[in-house]
Every structure is written in structure tokens, then in C-alpha cells.
Design a binder for this molecule. Sequence first.
Ligand code: MLT
Length: 385
Amino acid sequence: MSDPDAPLFTVTRKHLNTGLRGYPVGTCRTSAVDPDRGVSYIGYPVADLADLEAEAVIHLLLERRLPNEVELAAFRADLRARAGVPAKALDMLGTLPREGHPMEWLMAGLNFLGMTAKTGDYAEDCRNLIAWAPELVAAIFRIRSGWGAPIAPDPELGLIENFVHMLGVPGADDGRLVRLLRVFYILHMDHGGGNLSTFVGKAVASGHADMYSSMIGAMAALYGPLHGRANQDCLDFVRKVGTSDPVEVERFVREALANKEKIYGFGHAVLRAEDPRATIEYALGEQICADDPLFRTALTLREVAVRVLSGMEKVSNPYPNVDAVSGTLLNASGLTDSNYYTVLFGLSRITGIAAQIVDERLRFRDGKGVPIYRPKFIAEAQERS
Ligand code: MLT
């Protein structure tokens, strides 16, 4: 047993106003992020889980063990019994302005569900939310994109197969999309306790706001371009590079850096090696869209940007993160509008955030839960201007 009084971290003045970077503030039972090996869920490296059924990995995060066949069937049946977003929530989506970002639509949808369908029990609302999120997100795609009315869920299908069925993407190869989204969903589910959206969701819940309001806070955090919206910007960046010729790509990267522009998809707050989620995505791309020109660009960037960034003094992590190529794969699989990529991230991350909220509200501190978040901010000399 480690000494509960031993210091974990010493805070000095130079740590102030640095976004709590690296401060230990709590514990996380669902996942851990190792700077070199990346994320693991309940001790399993994410690479070992990427080919499983989505429902098995959700079960892992909620119950802390992979289900056997019987448990998996029962868990699926439970999610299926909960599925079916109330029709009035889908009707409400039809009243939202198209100029709203899909993440703003997601927050509106969550707000409506909270107002009309919350139980007030964190564990119950966690499961309902996980069961409803695919239908809600599919309806957002269809209504906002003008593809047509929402498509009803098919209870015979698995979670991702059903999601692709409900998306009904015009002209897409559904087989390829299922293959990609099965992996995408698992890779994005959770990333330790301190990523911004998870932290915010837990902070909101610490004031005993319900699961839906807490998740709206989390999704607002995920919407930021430095967090979940980076996957949308990454595809736009790869499109802007516009070539897979290494010499041209290097010229582009060096010019961008000289103009103090961001090299999207590279670097991470915690990781110090290539994100294993990116490694999995690159390998999947070789299988599903090897000849896609944007994928070739992303592969060249993987070589060139790492080399160029590694030579820069202040860069602590020059390696690709989960966003470096995910948008390129989504685009090659028929989801060509990058505005929607963050709701796909949100659809998946809802699971990890909800699971962690349940832990903080109902399990930690012998079931008493974590108290309301209240960090200390040091008052500055408060001169009047
Ligand atoms: C991620 O999935 O990489 C994140 O949510 C960002 C983070 O871990 O801070």
C-alpha cells in the first residue's frame, strides 16, 4: 500500500496558469495513458481490443471485465431494450438551424433528452445514453445533411452495424464504413481521467448535475479545436497539403512552420511516441483505402512531419496522434463532410465519460462519491485599471 501522505507532485508558482497540465487530481478506473505505450482500457492495450465488438468493450469499461458469450448476449439485449430515442427528440432536431455545427446539434439533442427522458440515476442514464447515442447521431447526420428522415434502428444488428444502417450514407460502401467505424468507435472511447471533455463532464457532475447536463458540458469541451474538433481540422490540413510527394510535403510543412502555423495531427499533451491509435488507423487504411490520394498524403506526412518536427528544439512530441489520419479514413469511406467528425468522436467518447461519471458519483470514496470540484486559484494583485 503506498503512503497516502507521500507527495505525488510539487506545485510551484511556475505551474500556475498552465491548465492543470500533469497535476494529479484523482484516480481513474477505466483507462490509463502511458506516454510511450498509449492508452489501455482496464489494463488491456487498446491494440488488443480494436477488433472486438463495440458492445464487448463498452461492457469492459462499465463492468471492468470483458464479457463471456452469455454476458455479451445479455448486455446486447439490455442495450437493445433501451434503444429507441423518443420521437419528440428526433422531431426537435428538425427545428434546429443548419448553420449550427453538428456538435451544437448533439448538445441540443442531449439537452432535450435530459429534459424529457432522464431518470436521475447516473448508472441508468449512463446506459440509456450509450444506447441512444448512435440513433441520435445518425439522425443529426441525416437531418442536418438533408439526406432524409431518420432511419429506424434494426434490433437485429450490432451497435456499429446498426449505426451505419441508420446513417444510410448516400453512395457509401457500407461494408467499408462498418469496418472503419467498428475500430474508430473503440479507439476513441476513453483516454484517461484528465482529458478535457472527461474532466469537464466529471466536474459538472460533481455539483450533482444529472448525466445529460454533465455530458453537454463534456461535449462542449470536446467541441474545441484543440480537443475533439482537431479531427475535422486534420482532414482539412491533409487536403491543403494536396500531394504525397515527399519533397513537396516537406516544403509545405517547413513553410507552415515558418508561418507559425500548426501541423495538424502531430503532438499530444501526454503521449511521447506515435499514438497506438494512429498506428492502428494507418494499418487499417492500408487495408481499406491504400490507393486513396489523401491517405497517401497522410502517410507521407507521417514520415516527413515527424522528421521535420523532431529537429525542432521545443517540440516534445513530434509523432502522429489519433486525429492524424482518422478523418482521411472517414472521407475515403464515404463520410466526406469533415464537420461531422467530432460528433463521431463524441458518440464514442460518451461511453468513457459516462462510465467515469458513474465511478465518481456512485463508487469512489466507498460510494460517497467525489466532492464538488473546487480547486484553488491564487488571487493576483488586484489593481483597478
Ligand atoms: C485523446 O483522446 O487523445 C484526448 O482526449 C486528448 C487527451 O488525452 O488529452
